[in-house]
Design a protein around this ligand. Structure first.
Ligand code: HEC
Ligand code: HEC
Length: 279
């Protein structure tokens, strides 16, 4: 009987805790009810200077010092593409759920901090420049032949590599070209290549999904998720070569690469969830 009460109160407490956490999170992500539609600090030299400092510390790792994108997208053309100041404010406050774009919650990032960063970004804004090269219909065929086996697009394809349904928003054209030609040096988390050796000497290749001191979990090249205890293995070796093959000019001509990039750039997935007015 006592145990039942105890279990019940623990359950109630943790439910209350979760609700409180949720509330707190909403508080930190609050968008002011009277959010101006235009950046109140645009063109203000002090704000631009402060925004530059904040941008460099908090955004440049992903979007680049020049905002032309590294791991994250080019954000110099967001205005040219029709995004408004208040929509950008919301994107920065909330992040883009289920992507690498983090939220920048209160109290660490005030409303004014966001406006300052946007005032700085505005100084780097450019018109839409990249003249689209390549034919995306031809690119889709190239993709189906060479890539679909490992990558999902809108629910179809393989799972060894990352889902590419939103890659046109998330990555720059230049970054995708480097990935395809095989000149990206680091691996995406969850896709680090590994080789496991069993006590019998059998080697299992795959990408690492999880690991701790005692165990390692991988997806093997046949897309099976497998967990092993380290003590049951002869070796766990990180590999230096990506699980994604390199497509050099011998396999993919420059013209085919352009077609492929036209196709990939057009993969924009579903719209990032736009937060409703008063959250
Ligand atoms: C850890 C990497 C990372 C950091 C740090 C980061 N971003 Fe992002 N950001 C991304 C990615 C990835 C996307 C694309 C998300 C998607 O798939 O829509 C993105 C998207 C955006 C967008 C939307 C672009 C569009 O076309 O709608 C804006 C604006 C933006 N980021 C601004 C910022 C600002 C400002 C900061 C710093 C305060 C920042 N980001 C920090 C990775 C990052
Ligand atoms: C054998 C499986 C495999 C094939 C075939 C393959 N990929 Fe990949 N791809 C991967 C893996 C695994 C990763 C993650 C690699 C890493 O970080 O090293 C990846 C990463 C990528 C990325 C980066 C995604 C991101 O979010 O940064 C792009 C873009 C990409 N692949 C495009 C392609 C294209 C285009 C083709 C066809 C020409 C292709 N891939 C063929 C397995 C594959």
């Amino acid at each position: 009987m006592r145990w039942t009460y105890l279990a019940l109160s623990v359950m109630l407490l943790s439910a209350a805790h979760a609700a409180a956490q949720q509330q707190q999170q909403e508080l930190y992500l609050r968008i002011p009810a009277d959010l101006p539609s235009k950046n109140p600090l645009e063109g203000d030299p002090e704000a631009i200077k402060a925004g530059m400092g904040a941008y460099r510390v908090r955004c440049a790792d992903c979007h680049g010092m020049d905002a032309r994108g590294i791991r994250g997208p080019d954000i110099t053309q967001v205005w040219a593409r029709g995004r408004t100041d208040d929509a950008l404010f919301r994107t920065i406050r909330h992040g883009v759920p289920n992507t690498e774009m983090p939220a920048f919650p209160l109290p660490r990032t005030s409303d004014m901090d966001i406006w300052r960063i946007l005032a700085y970004l505005k100084t780097m804004a450019t018109p839409v420049t990249d003249t689209p090269r390549g034919d995306s219909t031809a690119g889709e065929r190239v993709f189906a032949t060479n890539c679909l086996a490992c990558h999902l697009v809108n629910g179809r394809g393989g799972r060894l590599g990352p889902d590419l349904s939103r890659v046109g928003v998330a990555r720059t054209r230049a970054h995708m070209a480097r990935q395809i030609r095989g000149t990206v040096a680091d691996f995406r988390t969850g896709y680090e290549p590994v080789v496991l050796t069993t006590p019998g000497g059998q080697q299992i290749q795959g990408v690492k999904k999880n690991e701790d001191l005692f165990s390692v979990q991988i997806m093997d090249t046949r897309e099976r998720i497998q967990g092993y205890l380290r003590e049951d293995l002869r070796g766990v070796a990180n590999v230096k070569i990506s699980a994604m093959p390199t497509f050099g000019p011998d396999k993919l001509s420059d013209a085919e690469l352009d077609d492929l990039l036209a196709y990939l750039t057009a993969l924009q997935g579903q719209e990032p969830q736009v937060a409703n007015e008063n959250r």
